[in-house]
Structure formats: C-alpha cells, structure tokens
Design a protein around this ligand. Structure first.
Ligand code: COA
Length: 261
C-alpha cells in the first residue's frame, strides 16, 4: 500500500474513493498531490474489484481550490508549459480516458485546477455550497489543465468565455443550469448521492461501460470519427463475456452477474 501524504484512498468494493487531503490549503493541487493522484488512479484502473471511482476533497469547504499558486509562483515560460503538459497528461487526460466511471463529488470550492479536475471526471455532482470557476486570468495566467477545452465542451463557448475572462465564480445552482454539474444536493447528502449512483453503475457491464466512455470521448477527439468508433466498439462488445452473461441473464429472466471480462 502506497504511503500517501496528500490524498486518502479507500476501497469499499466495487467503489473506490480518492479524497484530495490538504484541507489547510483548501486541497490545492501541488506536484506531490498530482503524483500521488496518478499512482492511486493507476491502482484503481488495475483493480478488477473496483467498478466506479468517486473523487472528492477533504473538509467541508473545498473540493480543490486550484493548482498550488505558491508552488508555481516563480516559474518561467518553460516551467509553465511543462506544468500544464504534465498535469494534462498524467492526471487530467488519464482520468478522462479512464475505463471506469469517475464521479466528482464537488463538496465546496472547485476553482482553477480543481474545476479542471472535476471536468476531467465523467460525472459531476455538487453540494449546494459549492462554487465553481476558472479564475486564472485574475492571476495573469490561463487555465492549463484542459479547462479552456473541457469547459467549452461542457457548457458552450459563450458561457465558457464569460466564466474564463471574467474570472467570476458561479454557484452550484448556476452550474446546474449550465449543465456543468448533473445534480445539486445538500452537503450532508452529497456522498450518499454519489454512492447511490455509483452502486447503480456498478451493477452494469464494466466492459460495456468502458467502451461507452471511449465512444463518448471520441465525440471530442478531432482525430477520430465518433460514429466509426461507435461501430467498432459496439462490435467489440459482442466478443466479451459480459455480453454473453448480460444476454443469458435477460433470456433466463434473472439479474446479470457481470464478470467484467
Ligand atoms: N494555491 C495555494 N494555496 C491556496 C490555494 C491555491 N490555489 N487556495 C487556497 N490556498 C491556501 C491559502 O493560501 C490559505 O493558506 P494560508 O492559511 O497558509 O495562508 C489557505 O489555503 C486557506 O485559504 P484562504 O484564502 O485563507 O481561504 P478563504 O476562505 O479566505 O478564501 C478562496 C477561499 C478559495 C476564495 C481563496 O483561497 C482563493 O481565492 N484561492 C485561490 C483560488 C484560485 O485562484 N485558484 C486558481 C489557481 S490557478
């Protein structure tokens, strides 16, 4: 078991939870936290007993209040590019392409890199005290962990640009109206709500779910034809044990018990 300093990692199969755990810094993402996050994500991806991941922040104030501003304060151009590239590749893109659904439980501030992390997840559920924004231009930078792209994909160009160039945060209810989050619940019900959804997801075919994520992601990948990808992935499902089990269970009028193979 890795010895994490900045995250908490727990498994209650079939659901794993990763909690960013720097509450005294509102869970800001420094390099060490991103590195630990990557290690834990790899473990989740490899563990066949885990079927859904919930990602949240420690305490009741913040999901993640951004990249660690103190840490990058003296960076030059090259270090800046490297920070963005490493963050995108090692955590944000890895999360987006995860084969298991990732639910971000946004339990407070999700700002800058925090909102970018939540947007790399597949599903977002927020507590009613949550505040979301990409305030980077107020610091003289722009979002670097994929925020300009994913916010535009999720809420459209006009709304994304308004949020990005004004550096204003939006409330949970505004985020719901924009489609940035799927649901808003009270803070005390947030984790239970995420767990309930995770349990529903976990009863379905892991192989089909992984392929569904891949197909939906292809919609936003300009190097691919999403429709062609869907055809390919649909066909692949027919070669899985999950497919055999799902069809057999339906025909035998029983609940499927998917092997995830
Ligand atoms: N990076 C580094 N440290 C951060 C941080 C970040 N993104 N966000 C918060 N912190 C630290 C604060 O420096 C403070 O540390 P200190 O007690 O050692 O001084 C601690 O977390 C608590 O934050 P504080 O600002 O005192 O809380 P608050 O309730 O007054 O304000 C926020 C909360 C979220 C409005 C404010 O912390 C903030 O604006 N954070 C930066 C958000 C941001 O610009 N993120 C994008 C970064 S690219």
């Amino acid at each position: 078991m890795a010895n994490y300093q900045n995250i908490l990692y727990s498994i209650d199969a079939p659901i794993a939870t990763i909690t960013i755990n720097r509450p005294e810094k509102l869970n800001a993402l420094n390099k060490a936290t991103l590195a630990e996050l990557r290690i834990a994500l790899e473990k989740v991806e490899k563990n066949a007993a885990i079927r859904v991941l919930i990602l949240t922040g420690s305490g009741n104030k913040a999901f993640v209040a951004g990249a660690d501003i103190a840490e990058f304060s003296s960076f030059d151009k090259n270090q800046g590019s490297e920070l963005a590239q490493k963050g995108q590749e090692s955590v944000m893109n890895f999360l987006q392409n995860f084969s298991k659904p990732v639910i971000a439980a946004i339990n407070g501030y999700a700002l800058g890199g925090g909102l970018e992390l939540a947007m790399a997840a597949h599903i977002r559920i927020a507590s009613d005290n949550a505040k979301m924004g990409l305030p980077e231009v107020s610091l003289g930078v722009i979002p670097g962990y994929g925020g300009t792209q994913r916010l535009s994909q999720l809420i459209g160009k006009g709304r994304a640009l308004e949020m990005i160039v004004s550096a204003q945060t939006i409330s949970a209810s505004q985020a719901l109206e924009y489609g940035l989050v799927n649901h808003v619940v009270s803070q005390e019900n947030l984790f239970e709500t995420c767990l309930g959804l995770a349990q529903k997801i976990a009863s379905n075919s892991p192989r089909a779910i992984g392929k569904a994520i891949e197909a939906v992601n292809a919609c936003f990948d300009t190097s691919k034809s999403g429709f062609d990808e869907e055809i390919r992935l649909f066909g692949e499902c027919f070669g899985t044990e999950d497919f055999k089990e799902g069809i057999a269970a339906f025909l035998e009028k029983r609940k499927a018990d998917f092997p995830g193979k």
